[in-house]
Each structure stands twice: as C-alpha cells, then as structure tokens.
Ligand binder design. Sequence first.
Ligand code: RB5
Length: 148
Amino acid sequence: MAEVIPIAADHAGYEMKQRLVEELRRLGYEPLDLGTHSSESTDYPAYAHDVAERVEDGTAKRGVLLCGTGLGMSYAANRHKGVRAAVVWNDEVTRLSREHNDANVLVLPSRCIGDDEAARMLRTFLDTPFAGGRHIRRVEGIDAEGGA
Ligand code: RB5
C-alpha cells in the first residue's frame, strides 16, 4: 500500500504545493492534501498543526509543509512532540536534515526556491535515510530535559 504523506501550504506555498502533490503521486506515494486550496490569503499555523499532529500521533511517518520563508510553518510544527521540521534551501541541507537530524517534516520556503529545486529536495528528503550512530544521541538530546 502506498505511503500516505500529508502535505499543506499557506497561500504563499499554494502553487508549489500543487506541483509537489503531483510529484508525490508520480513517485508512487499517496499525498494527503490538507490545503490550502487556493491562492487566497490564509494563516499558516493551522496547516502546520494539521500536518504535525499526524506525525506526532503516528498516523503519518513524515509530512511536507510550504510557506513563503518556511519559518512560520516550522515554528508551529516543531511545537509537536517528536516532530523535527526542517526548513531547507538546497539539496545538501535537505540531505543532512535526514542523515544527521532525522527530519520528519520537510518545510520548503516557496518564495526563495524554484519548482524544480523544490521537487528535487522533496525526492532527497524521501530517499535519504537517517545515518544513526553518533546522531542518535544528538537527536535524542533534542527532547531531553536540560540536554542529553
Ligand atoms: C505569508 O505572507 C508569509 O508570511 C508566510 O508564508 C510565511 O513566510 C511565514 O512564515
């Protein structure tokens, strides 16, 4: 069965999200499009919480968010336990967000990157495994009281 991947954007990320929904389908995933569904101005936090809640409760293993800078979406998503939402701006950062940080939500800054770059970063996010090893301790330290 195809993996369901929740994806959402505000108005700034709407057009790019539409492209990525198609890309997810092309890659054999089942995108769960949680909005927004037009370019009309809307507030990003609700979309971030909707995707992050699904990752937090295990309904989804990973998710995708887009807004103009990626920042607002990441602030909101990272309030959720176990969610590691990474704002990425190139392929290298995307790869490292998986290998070193075990990112489980990809956050794309739609006003700062192009559609082709976004699609490439999406593929890198989906295909790159967590490296484990010394990074396990560091990732576990994120949620530890007072550090690792
Ligand atoms: C919307 O204008 C913009 O503020 C939003 O997309 C995002 O960049 C917020 O962090």
